[in-house]
Ligand binder design. Structure first.
Ligand code: PLP
Length: 425
């Protein structure tokens, strides 16, 4: 008997719940059957330039052979072992490699699964650390317009709004600093410390770039000042580099723009080059040592089934090896291309506030309805897809965050699509 043809979209419609998708209004999803370099290919073989690195994860390019090979080899050797009471070479080598490349004071690595869990781990370390110091502090300070993930702790420190509103009463209290774009965050932090200083366990920031909050670029000087103030007051500084890590903003980590070393750093997304879910929370010796004790109650009681999964570690090691001088030159080339394009884009009538930070280019499109639910976002997304470019605007904010293998021609195609859309409106 010949099996019935598999109607993938029909089965998807009947069984799958997609992320950030209103199934009552969404178009049918596009079936992607393979990917290579900067391109996704749909089931008809049509190439789509992945100008946003598939939610900011694809670092070097899709299906990069070195990472694929490392994964296959590791899967045949040791695919998984629990990480309490056991260790393995890929995890130890990766921890060593991350510590060697991260800002100087970050020497310890706690592995988890995604950006949100990397943030949860950081928050728990910071809160428990204050207890170990004998002065329990309960307050976390976060930025307005921040985005740190979708789990409860991560939602609590993220900006309150559309995404978090249904859960508002279950989120813990956070003190807010103003959006760093256009506001004096160091002054606001000093003022907050004057009133509630002894209660503050940690300040969490997305260094240099508020990502999902609208690709908002803030200053290295302000970041440096926040580091200086938190250090002076014995407050833990958490740098959430889930988006900015691994070269997205130019240097390997965004903290390098300000020459700072935070107490905790969250990494995920590009950590495996975009191949498998994985994350790490890096910590200083000071934090780690505050948990090291003969008292078992001082343990960090946190872990995940797949903590330090060997396949993910092998992928991350292979990805790190690709972050060499050639990769740095590719990132510089993307930044030069963005900077040149910014001139033309800025001159367009309905384009505002064009900005570039490393491989990130962003701008606002003037729309009658602003914010995340602005109709202009889905309109541009469809317009670009029809022209073979994947964009996913954050409301009226359009951005590019391409894989590092993207060519000038690929990038030009994306700039042209945005310009054509802006001019047609
Ligand atoms: C800065 C930042 N932190 C945390 C997260 C959450 O990461 P994940 O979606 O992997 O849970 C994101 C995701 O976009 C992010 O941009």
């Amino acid at each position: 008997m010949i099996p019935a043809a598999f109607d993938l979209l029909d089965a998807d419609r009947r069984h799958v719940w997609h992320p950030y998708t209103q199934h009552g209004t969404a178009d049918s999803p596009i079936t992607i059957s393979r990917a290579e370099g900067a391109y996704l290919y749909d089931d008809s073989g049509r190439g789509i330039f992945d100008a946003i690195s598939s939610w900011w994860v694809t670092l070097h390019g899709h299906a990069q052979v070195e990472i694929a090979t490392a994964i296959a080899e590791q899967a045949r050797t040791l695919e998984q072992v629990m990480f309490a009471g056991f260790t393995h070479e890929p995890a130890v080598r990766l921890a060593e490699a991350l510590a060697a490349r991260a800002p100087a004071e970050l020497t310890r690595v706690f592995f988890s699964d995604d950006g949100s869990t990397a943030v949860e781990v950081a928050l728990k370390i910071a809160l428990q650390y204050s207890r170990h110091r004998g002065e329990p502090r309960r307050l976390i300070v976060a930025l307005e317009n921040a985005y740190h993930g979708d789990t409860f702790g991560a939602m609590s420190v993220s900006a309150r709004g559309l995404f978090t509103e249904p859960f508002a009463e279950h989120l813990f209290e956070v003190a807010r600093l103003p959006d760093p774009v256009g506001h004096d965050v160091p002054a606001a932090l000093e003022s907050l410390i004057r009133s509630r200083g002894r209660d503050i366990a940690a300040v969490i920031v997305e260094p240099m770039l508020l990502g999902a909050g609208g690709m908002r670029v803030w200053s290295a000087d302000a970041l440096r000042a926040v580091r200086e103030i938190t250090r002076r007051h014995g407050i833990v500084l958490i740098a959430d580099e889930v988006l900015t890590g691994f070269g997205r903003t130019g240097p390997l980590f965004a903290c390098e723009h300000a020459g700072i070393s935070p107490d905790l750093m969250c990494l995920s997304k590009g950590i495996t080059g975009g191949f498998v879910p994985f994350a790490a929370t890096l910590a200083t010796d000071t934090l780690f040592d505050a948990f090291r004790s003969t008292d078992r109650k001082r343990t960090l009681f946190h872990g995940h089934s797949y903590t330090a999964n060997p396949i993910a570690c092998a992928a991350a090691l292979a990805s790190l090896a690709l972050l060499d001088e050639r990769s740095a030159e590719r990132r510089r080339a993307i930044e030069r291309s963005h900077t040149d394009a910014a001139v033309g884009l800025s001159a367009l009538p309905r384009v505002e506030n064009v900005r570039v930070l490393g491989t990130m280019l962003a701008m606002e499109l003037v729309a009658t309805d602003r914010g995340y639910l602005s109709a202009i976002g889905p309109a541009l997304r469809s317009f670009a897809l029809e022209r073979g470019v994947l964009l996913r605007p954050l409301g009226d904010t359009v951005y590019l965050l391409p894989p590092y293998c993207s060519t000038t021609a690929d990038l030009q195609r994306a700039y042209d699509v945005i310009a054509e859309f802006a001019e047609a409106r």
